[in-house]
Design a protein around this ligand. Sequence first.
Ligand SMILES: [Zn+2]
Ligand SMILES: [Zn+2]
Length: 482
Amino acid sequence: MELKQYLEAIDSKQERICRLSDEIWGYAETAFSETRSAKALADCLREEGFAVEESICGVETAFAASFGSGRPRIGILGEFDALSGLSQKAGVVRKEAETPGASGHGCGHHLLGSGSLAAALAVKAYLEDGHPGTVIYYGCPGEEGGSGKAFMARGGAFSDLDCAITWHPSTVNAVCKDSSLANFQVLYSFRGISAHAAGCPEMGRSALDALELMNVGTNFLREHMLDKARVHYAITDAGGYSPNVVQDSAKAVYLIRAPKVGQAHELYQRVSKIAQGAALMTETEMEQQLIKSCANMISNRVLEKVLYQAMQDVGVPSYTEEEYETAAAYTATAPAGAGKTYEELMEDHLIPENVRFLKERRGSRIYDFIVPYEEVHLVKPGSGSTDVGDVSWMCPTAQINTATWAPSTPGHSWQIVSQGKSSMAHKGMLFAAKAMALAAMRLMEDTKLLEQAKQEYREELEGQTYIPIPDEVKPRAISQIR
Ligand SMILES: [Zn+2]
Ligand SMILES: [Zn+2]
């Protein structure tokens, strides 16, 4: 049977898959609290005959579902966590919360998890036909601010794979070719001595002073760090509401990023020295707690080319006039600046031919084309981070984007939540599922390709060292970071 025929397994179950995605959109559970979302996906895989292992690697909502036996062993990664504060009514083309203050799927991970599941179902159909190999669906929680995959990598989840593939919802259809920034997220807590701020200020030692000095020190550090490095902080405890009390407690969560995990680690050590200095200056005590870290993405051209070919062979979905009109309505809501077009965002990352290719298509109501694959990678890390990076240190890994949202839809926005259950989102998800499944089957058929991918992976990692999250650090839900 021709490999493409196994994609019928996705067509025949597309209603079930879209329903599953919509269901998870409704749960909108944030990092490491995704019990209902993980269960919905795991239950579906179990019904389909997959062997499901729950709460793997010490992460409650992480799971692995496998089908088949022996090698090759190919992993397909699925996510399902949402973002806090992004509740939004589906299909409403203006900002309007469904439940004010609640969370929402502002990164499309409900589609991500369900689309990857659909891909696994098609590979299962292929394996059932007597082909050797194992497909493993990884339920990866806590991507947003949690780096769930880094905890799973630490637990050895991906070490025995021949390769891993995944996707992310987007405004475009393209193979992801950029690296991503490694990061460390750290909670710095200062403890001082409270006192009457007017009556006996000499008795007090201000934790808030320490925190402010730390932030000032870090802002001076910016001049002396790598161009691509980024440091951001959120003050999570300013000590209280009373200016007439010397604050004895102050805390900030720092997110420290750099192109390579070693560089990010070094910067993290420098920021920690500033925190120590601030404590020394103010005679307060400082405690630092690593919340999580994630590694930069190691790209793999062999896998990328297989995925690109598969995307072309499956072909982009076709759209109705109504879908084009709806997409245009969403694009019109994109704020100036935040709603940059793909080519504006990617200007420094694309070869001139592709910049031209995209310019010619500027104004498309839906990006209903595939961005040509670039053989030559401009060595520019993207500006974001993803814990897919950690998987890419464990085995050859690649990912694609498909168009699930209107052009210029900003990341982590109400527009994404609003479009999350649209027919365009569903089409993009099923397209990604088919492309990933076809690529996985081709890699299972042609083990020489897998060998080449592994060779490239070994070459890329030569001389580089992975920095895992220390064993004592446990995954924590947002509400537990105090
Ligand atoms: Zn995100
Ligand atoms: Zn995301």
